[in-house]
Design a protein around this ligand. Structure first.
Ligand SMILES: Nc1ncnc2c1ncn2[C@@H]1O[C@H](COP(=O)(O)OP(=O)(O)OP(=O)(O)O)[C@@H](O)[C@H]1O
Ligand SMILES: [Mg+2]
Length: 255
């Protein structure tokens, strides 16, 4: 087994969409990327450059048409228990409380109800929602609902977690708090994360590496290693000059 077989390997990946009307759309072109296990990688690039397509392929929701993709040494597939995905909108079940929303997902992976309850209580505490376990989604703000979704995602203890603009719909101040919570949860878990974002500061603050994609057809045009110490505190980083230099470098690459 090669050293990277526990991570993500993408080689020569291209992907077309075939709309019912009009010519095929080439979304990804010859993407190659190796992500070692327990790394936090962000993907940035213009709207429509294929970021969601790439996450769909990694999570097995779309199949690789050409090239090769392995996640943890095996081809992606939608039913795998070692992968999890989180979206921009929380997608909580409105008729279940915060705790029950997490339990609904977790019960597919952990049989013991007591162990589930303990894990759920701990995670809700870690995302700052202690006391809200019985609240329904309609009783929570958008930021609080996204915290529940974050707790749900990490409750599964998946080896690979894919985030698609998880805080895209959140105001700037709440966002920093959520980013801090995501980083803290990841630093404890050390799963492999691929996070898609339009927010370059978010990408730098949280990641070990930031991958820049070209406009469609998406291909990788830059790969920055973010050499900022961990554990990270996203709020504290706002006054670190190296952090801002990385963000400026990314802006110049995308501009
Ligand atoms: N189901 C589909 N049928 C046809 N074309 C599609 C389909 N899904 C995506 N595309 C096209 O593929 C390209 C890449 O789409 P994708 O959603 O991966 O981009 P993205 O980088 O995630 O964009 P955004 O930042 O706006 O979310 C776009 O040009 C889009 O129009
Ligand atoms: Mg997208």
């Amino acid at each position: 087994m090669s050293q990277d077989s526990g991570g993500i390997q993408i080689t020569g990946l291209s992907h077309h969409y075939y709309p019912q009307k009009g010519p095929p759309v080439l979304a990804l072109r010859d993407v190659g990327l190796a992500i070692p296990p327990r790394t936090f990688v962000s993907l940035v690039g213009a709207s429509g450059c294929g970021k969601t397509t790439l996450l769909d392929i990694l999570s097995g929701l779309a199949s690789a048409q050409s090239g090769s993709v392995t996640v943890g040494g095996a081809p992606p597939s939608a039913g795998r228990v070692d992968t999890a995905r989180m979206f921009a909108r929380d997608a909580l079940l409105p008729w279940r409380s915060a705790a029950d929303n997490i339990d609904f997902a977790l019960s597919t992976r952990l049989a013991d109800p007591k162990a589930r309850a303990e894990r759920i209580a701990r995670l809700l505490r870690e995302v700052g929602l202690e006391g809200f376990q019985n609240a329904y989604p309609r009783q929570l703000s958008q930021g609080m609902r996204q915290r529940v979704a974050l707790a749900r995602t990490f409750s599964l203890q998946s080896k690979f977690v894919f985030f698609d603009e998880p805080f895209g719909a959140i105001d700037a101040l709440t966002k920093v708090a959520l980013q801090d919570q995501l980083v803290a949860l990841w630093e404890q878990s050390k799963c492999t994360v691929v996070l898609v974002t339009h927010d370059l500061a978010e990408a730098v603050a949280m990641s070990d590496r930031v991958i820049v994609m070209s406009p469609r057809p998406g291909t990788i045009i830059a790969d920055y290693t973010i050499d900022l110490p961990r554990p990270r505190n996203v709020r504290a980083l706002q006054s670190v000059s190296r952090f801002h230099e990385y963000v400026a470098e990314l802006w110049s690459k995308l501009g």
